[in-house]
Design a protein around this ligand. Structure first.
Ligand SMILES: NC(=O)C1=CN([C@@H]2O[C@H](COP(=O)(O)OP(=O)(O)OC[C@H]3O[C@@H](n4cnc5c(N)ncnc54)[C@H](O)[C@@H]3O)[C@@H](O)[C@H]2O)C=CC1
Ligand SMILES: O=C(O)CCC(=O)C(=O)O
Length: 387
């Protein structure tokens, strides 16, 4: 029996995939797996029984990835599962910034009791007029699952789209419309575009990337959209730019006291992925990843360990070892199995930066003390024997 703990509500359609071998627990210390959305795990104690954390979403800046790797806890996310939900809200954000739809609706609500509402509407509506997206230049920073959808869709709205992503994956590059201009530097994109939308992860490298220096390169009256993370934008510099009018509008999915209520800021309460479809997709993918890892030892879509997939576990025993990526680990593992007279039927070893993962299928039952023997090898972080 495996136990899982949900730190945030996870869509039922995903949790239903856990069959009778699984039970929900309220006690995270007992859990084999944790499912999480945006809850911060940085200050949490992580128990020894915890084997996997699945982020039902894309961003993993709420999870201490290195600490988890060092404890032999594999962290997963669900790439692309909520990308369409975010893309649609980015489009809504662009439309809200181009025309004063919010101001207009608020005005109607304020005057709803007015008997001649229809008449005064025709006089007042010029106060809420705006511009169209067609023909405007859109810059997309980060062409991953979300960025590529935003970029491609914007071309269908008649926008002239510039994309910047020095680390673009081959898969994503294949999906990108040929109509998108390749910005070779982010400065080129800053200088050209009327709308700029950011879709990069929050990392030490990207933190504060939109600051007064970046804004000074942009066109006056630029619209900046941030559906990625608040820390990517220096809030003090953004408030100054809104007040001075150098940025016309800042659309953000991340409310903070600094930005909420500032004229020109459209602040949405982190709703990018809050659609039924995205929540279902993320939950289904997260739960499937956890089940595959717990039952088969397969790692698919990890963000702190290498992906390593040997398919479903067969009749024999599968031994899995999370370890440091240092010399002579495989030699020690195979020697240990040879000493136990165990034949390796299938084996895989993958590494990612400082960490590595080895899976070995043996066609016999293994002695009870094998876990301790593997665990005593210097550099081994967690061993599982899946019978
Ligand atoms: N508002 C919301 O509800 C949601 C927000 N997000 C945020 O959006 C971010 C992006 O999500 P996805 O597109 O699904 O992730 P992704 O991993 O598919 O794409 C991120 C892209 O950013 C690129 N990148 C990294 N550093 C860069 C840099 N310095 N300059 C330019 N490009 C860079 C990467 O090469 C990658 O192609 C997530 O990390 C998360 O923080 C994601 C989903 C929902
Ligand atoms: O779970 C959510 O609502 C947040 C989604 C998100 O920010 C992400 O996937 O990175």
């Amino acid at each position: 029996m495996y136990e899982y703990h949900c730190l945030n509500p996870i869509a039922e359609i995903g949790l239903e995939q856990f069959g009778e071998k699984y039970a929900a627990t309220e006690n995270i210390d007992e859990a084999d797996a944790v499912l999480v959305r945006s809850a911060s795990m940085h200050d949490m104690e992580l128990g020894d029984s915890l084997k996997a954390i699945a982020r039902a979403g894309a961003g993993v800046n709420n999870i201490p990835l290195d600490k988890c790797a060092e404890k032999g806890i594999v962290v997963f996310n669900t790439p692309g599962a909520n990308a369409n939900g975010v893309k649609e809200l980015v489009l809504a954000g662009m439309l809200l910034s181009a025309r004063d739809i919010i101001g207009g609706i608020n005005w109607v609500e304020e005057h709803e009791e007015d008997g001649d509402l229809a008449k005064i509407t025709e006089k007042k509506k010029k106060a809420f007029a705006g511009t169209e997206l067609e023909g405007k230049k859109l810059g997309v920073i980060g062409l991953g699952a979300i960025g590529v959808l935003v970029a491609n869709t914007a071309t269908h709205l008649g926008m002239d789209v510039y994309g910047y992503d020095p680390y673009i994956s081959v898969d994503t590059a294949w999906k990108l419309s040929r109509n998108i201009h390749h910005a070779k530097t982010v400065d080129e994109l800053y200088k050209e575009c009327d709308y700029i939308t950011i879709h990069v992860p929050a990392t030490p490298d990207t933190k504060g990337m939109i600051d007064k220096g970046a804004i000074s390169l942009m066109k006056k009256n630029v619209v900046i959209l941030n559906f990625a993370r608040d820390v990517l934008v220096n809030s003090e510099d953004m408030v100054d730019a809104l007040v001075s009018g150098s940025v016309k509008c800042y659309v953000t999915d991340f409310p903070t006291p600094e930005i909420a209520g500032v004229k020109g800021a459209i602040v949405i309460p982190h709703l990018g992925a809050s659609t039924e479809e995205s929540e279902d997709n993320c939950a289904r993918m997260a739960v499937a990843e956890v089940i595959d890892y717990l039952e088969n030892g397969n790692i698919v879509h990890s963000v702190n360990y290498p992906d390593c997939d040997m398919g479903p576990k067969g009749e024999g025993t599968r031994i899995t070892v999370l370890h440091h990526n240092i010399p002579n680990m495989l030699g020690q593992f195979t020697t240990l199995l040879a000493e136990e007279n165990l034949n390796i039927a299938l084996m895989s070893n993958k590494s990612r930066n400082e960490y590595a993962y080895t899976m070995m299928d043996v066609d016999a039952n293994v002695p009870a003390d094998l876990i301790e023997k593997f665990g005593s090898i210097e550099g081994v972080l967690k061993v599982r024997i899946i019978q």
